[in-house]
Ligand binder design. Structure first.
Ligand code: PLP
Length: 384
C-alpha cells in the first residue's frame, strides 16, 4: 500500500475483503472473546477484545497507512489515546513542554491528572526557537505541538520544532487532528509520534468518538500497546468500523472543507464587522508560508474576531442557522462555536485563554453560497 497515493491508501489499506465470504467490507466483529483451538493456540492472534479485535486491527492498519507510520493504535477517544501515550513514556519528575495554544483538554489532562502524579508541564510559544531552547530542560521528555492550533489557527514549523526537541533530548508529538492526514503528515517532517482525535475529520460524520496514536518507528509501540491492554480504553468494534468508513472519503471531504473555508475566509477579510480573520490559507496570515510548505491544503477550520467584542461574538453564534452552535469539529455539517465559553472554558484565566470576541467555525461541505448567505444573515441580524 505504501507506494500508492493517499486517496488510494485511505480506501484500501487494511480493507481486504472477508476471506470467508468475500464480503467487500471487513465485518464488524462484535465479539468479546475468541475460541482457542487448544490451550493458548489462538486464531490469528486474537484472544480477548481488550487485547485485540479484527475490526480494530483493520482500522489500525488503515490509520498507520494514512500517516506513513509503522503502526497505529486505536482508542475510545482522542484523550484516551493521549493518556496512554503519556503514561507509557513519562515517569514522576519528567517534564512536558506544550505549545501555548494546545487543545484545552490536553492542557487539562496534564495540569489536573498528570501533575498530581509528579509530571511537570510548562507552555511556550513554539514559533519562537530561542524560547523553546530555553524552556527545554534535562527532564523534558516530550514536546507537544498542534498545528494549525485551536482556535487561533497558529502555524508552527514541524521540521524546525522536531530539530529543537531532538537537540534537547526530547521527542516531538504532533496532534494532527485539525489538519488531518489528508493535508499534513508530521512523521515526514521529523515528528516521532502523531495523535488524532478520530472523532473529528477522520470519522467525519459527527457520529463516533475515537482517538489514535500513530508510530513513526517501533520505539514506543509495545509500551503504548501495553497501556492500552492494561487499562482498556480501546475503540469498540462498531465505533472502529464507522471510523474506517469515514476515512474512505477523507481525501475528497478535505478538499471540499478547504475550498469552502478558503471562500469564507476571503469573504470575511473584506467585511468591516471582523477585526481579524484567522485562516492559514490567506496570504495575510502570519503562518501562511510555513503552512504552504508542510500542508497540501489549509483545512476547514477558521476563526473570526468580531469588532463588537464579546457581545457581538455571542449574538453572532446564536444567529446562524446552517452553522449550528455546538462543540466539536470536522463533520460534514458546519458548526459554530464560542471558544472562551465552550471548547476553551476549561482554560479560562490560564495562559491558554481565548479572547472573548473570537468565534470558531468548523466549515462543513454544504454548498458554499448557502453557507455565506447564512453568515450574512447572521451579521444583518446582530446589526439590526
Ligand atoms: C477533540 C480534540 C481532542 C480530544 O479528542 P476526543 O476525541 O474529544 O477525546 C484532542 N485534540 C484536538 C486538537 C481535538 O480537537
Amino acid at each position: 500500500m505504501s507506494d500508492h497515493a493517499f486517496a488510494t491508501r485511505a480506501i484500501h489499506a487494511g480493507q481486504d475483503p472477508d476471506p470467508l465470504t468475500g464480503a467487500i467490507i471487513p465485518p464488524i466483529y462484535q465479539a468479546s472473546t475468541h475460541v482457542q483451538d487448544s490451550v493458548g493456540e489462538l486464531r490469528q492472534g486474537y484472544e480477548y477484545n481488550r487485547a485485540g479485535n479484527p475490526t480494530r486491527s483493520a482500522l489500525e492498519t488503515q490509520l498507520a497507512a494514512l500517516e506513513g507510520g509503522t503502526a497505529a493504535l486505536s482508542f475510545s477517544s482522542g484523550l484516551a489515546a493521549e493518556d496512554a501515550l503519556l503514561r507509557a513514556i513519562l515517569r514522576p519528575g519528567d517534564h512536558v513542554l506544550l505549545g501555548n495554544d494546545v487543545y484545552g483538554g490536553t492542557y487539562r489532562l496534564l495540569a489536573k491528572v498528570f501533575a498530581p502524579w509528579g509530571i511537570e508541564m510548562t507552555t511556550v510559544e513554539l514559533g519562537d526557537a530561542d524560547a523553546v531552547r530555553a524552556a527545554i530542560r534535562p527532564e523534558t521528555k516530550i514536546v507537544w505541538l498542534e498545528t494549525p492550533s485551536n482556535p487561533l489557527l497558529k502555524v508552527v514549523d514541524i521540521a524546525k520544532t522536531a530539530e529543537l526537541a531532538h537537540a534537547g533530548g526530547a521527542i516531538l508529538v504532533v496532534d494532527n487532528t485539525f489538519a488531518s492526514p489528508a493535508l499534513q503528515n508530521p512523521l515526514a517532517f521529523g515528528a516521532d509520534l502523531v495523535v488524532h482525535s478520530t472523532t473529528k475529520y477522520l470519522g467525519g460524520h459527527s457520529d463516533v468518538l475515537g482517538g489514535a496514536v500513530i508510530f513513526g518507528d517501533d520505539r514506543f509501540y509495545e509500551q503504548v500497546k501495553f497501556q492500552q491492554f492494561a487499562v482498556g480504553a480501546v475503540s469498540a468494534a462498531l465505533d472502529g468500523w464507522l471510523t474506517t468508513r469515514g476515512i474512505k472519503t477523507l481525501a475528497v471531504r478535505m478538499r471540499q472543507h478547504s475550498a469552502n473555508a478558503q471562500a469564507i475566509a476571503e469573504w470575511a477579510e473584506g467585511r468591516p464587522e471582523f477585526e481579524t480573520v484567522f485562516y492559514p490559507g490567506l496570504p495575510s496570515h502570519p503562518g501562511h508560508e510555513i503552512a504552504a510548505k508542510q500542508m497540501s491544503g489549509f483545512g476547514g477550520m477558521l476563526s473570526l474576531a468580531l469588532v463588537g467584542g464579546a457581545d457581538a461574538a455571542r449574538r453572532f453564534v446564536e444567529s446562524t442557522e446552517l452553522f449550528q452552535l455546538a462543540e466539536s469539529l470536522g463533520g460534514v455539517e458546519s458548526l459554530i462555536g464560542y471558544p472562551s465559553e465552550m471548547t476553551h472554558a476549561s482554560v479560562k484565566g490560564t495562559e491558554l485563554a481565548v479572547p472573548e470576541n473570537v468565534i470558531r467555525l468548523s466549515v462543513g461541505i454544504e454548498d458554499i453560497a448557502d453557507l455565506i448567505a447564512d453568515l450574512e444573515q447572521a451579521l444583518a441580524r446582530i446589526a439590526g
